[in-house]
Design a protein around this ligand. Structure first.
Ligand SMILES: Cc1cc2nc3c(=O)[nH]c(=O)nc-3n(C[C@H](O)[C@H](O)[C@H](O)COP(=O)(O)OP(=O)(O)OC[C@H]3O[C@@H](n4cnc5c(N)ncnc54)[C@H](O)[C@@H]3O)c2cc1C
Length: 388
């Protein structure tokens, strides 16, 4: 058992840290105020070859594993860019996975190089207002028409849909009542987000203003047959394949944000003098920060275990779910504690910890809630009856 990063992983840490140093607190605070997308950061990551870190070399990727992608996203998250920086590139890292695994050669060759080179943006349209976490209840329909489909429906919380020209879209192709299992009859498409048929509206939200979240109203979108990934009706299974890597990445992103907040809290606790002593000399300030350090370290190890199991082709559902849960909870606790350690200044934008706290909240909510992870562990690991 070796807990240390190898040389090539350390090189990733080094070059991501150096790249992120070019995008400081002021850059991200300004974007948090203006809501302007961080195109410069996205470009820099693409130019450095990071967008294709886990994509096949044949299409311009680096052909590395989820472990390397996780190492990279952990460092991006720990930079001043936090979740805004992560979300601006997140979809490139795990989003194309179904194309790699289930797409045909023509689809891989025509879609992957542009995504890897950062030439275009895509988005991920799964969540719907009426289905929530029960994905099998989505109502967006893709009906056969001529040599393709016509799609009608609605998606919500679609990240980067303002910039995207492509969408990875989950739609029902067979009515739920006609399916043997609710997970049947869903199909996955990678297609043009054609504004003539898609009305994309920004959702005003708590944090991460620079990376847009959207509602998409789809009205008669024509989708050619060539844009369907794999077989009709198998879309849900294809999506499941990318869930474990995504859980690892989100867990480590939360850890990175939490560690950034913890560093800021420790610095402030050393410097701030009240009652003639640094506030960090008080155990009521020290102990919660020490707890945060331990919880962040433990969550990091669980995420790296999940990534290692995934890359080794072993069962990893429990570890990847646990990594997402533990990372998000530890990250959120560290950010909250950092705000409290700063006292009134924790509430001031110039100290950045309130921004980190607003952003890390996303890691708790998406892509799956803490409650549903607890249900998964209870059912799949502990063997308790399904509760939902
Ligand atoms: C900033 C942001 C970005 C996002 N980006 C994307 C994206 O790019 N693409 C995309 O498709 N989606 C995206 N999402 C959506 C996200 O994945 C969903 O919000 C998330 O899956 C939760 O679904 P929901 O909001 O419908 O919650 P709901 O399903 O309505 O659940 C609400 C609450 O009820 C709880 N709950 C529901 N059922 C049960 C049960 N049986 N037992 C216990 N508790 C239960 C949940 O745990 C949760 O706490 C994003 C969300 C956010 C906030």
């Amino acid at each position: 058992m070796d807990f240390s990063l190898n040389d090539s992983q350390l090189a990733i840490v080094d070059s991501v840290d150096r790249l992120c140093a070019g995008f400081d607190d002021a850059y991200w605070l300004e974007r948090d105020r203006s809501g302007d997308f961080p195109f410069e950061f996205h470009r820099a990551m693409a130019d450095a070859g990071f967008l294709g870190i886990a994509m096949p070399e044949a299409y311009g990727g680096a052909g590395l594993g989820v472990t390397e992608a996780a190492v990279m996203m952990h460092r991006v998250a720990a930079s001043p860019g936090a979740m805004s920086a992560c979300s601006s590139i997140h979809i490139n890292i795990f989003g194309p996975h179904p194309i790699v695994v289930f797409g045909n050669e023509e689809q891989r060759a025509s879609w992957l190089p542009d995504l890897i080179a950062g030439k275009l943006f895509s988005c991920f349209g799964v969540t719907e207002p009426d289905a929530g976490l029960n994905t099998t209840r989505i109502r967006t329909r893709a009906e056969r028409s001529g040599n393709g489909y016509v799609v009608n429906g609605r998606k919500v919380w679609t990240t980067t849909a303002q910039e995207a020209s492509k969408i990875m879209l989950l739609a029902r192709t067979t009515a739920l009542e006609e399916c043997g299992k609710p997970t049947d009859g869903l199909s996955l498409f990678y297609t043009d987000l054609d504004r003539n048929y898609c009305d994309v509206r920004v959702i005003d939200k708590m944090g991460r203003k620079a990376v847009d979240s959207n509602e998409i109203f789809i009205d008669g979108l024509p989708v050619p047959l060539e844009d369907r990934i794999g077989e009709e009706g198998q879309g849900f299974r294809y999506l499941l394949h990318s869930l474990n890597p995504e859980r690892v990445l989100v867990g480590l992103e939360a850890v990175g944000i939490g560690q950034n907040a913890l560093d800021r809290a420790v610095r402030y606790a050393r410097d701030r003098v009240v009652f003639d002593r640094p506030i960090g000399q008080n155990q009521s300030i020290q102990h919660p920060l020490a707890e945060c350090w331990m919880e962040l370290e433990a969550a990091y190890l669980m995420a790296m275990k999940g990534a290692a199991l995934y890359d080794a082709g072993e069962a990893c559902g429990a570890e990847c779910n646990a990594a997402k849960y533990l990372g998000a909870e530890a990250g959120f606790k560290a950010c909250t504690q950092a705000v409290m350690t700063h006292g009134g200044m924790g509430y001031a934008r110039e100290y950045h910890v309130e921004r980190l706290m607003r952003e890390v909240m996303i890691c708790r909510i998406a892509p799956v809630s803490p409650q549903l992870i607890l249900c998964y562990i209870a059912e799949r690991v502990l063997g308790l009856p399904r509760s939902y």
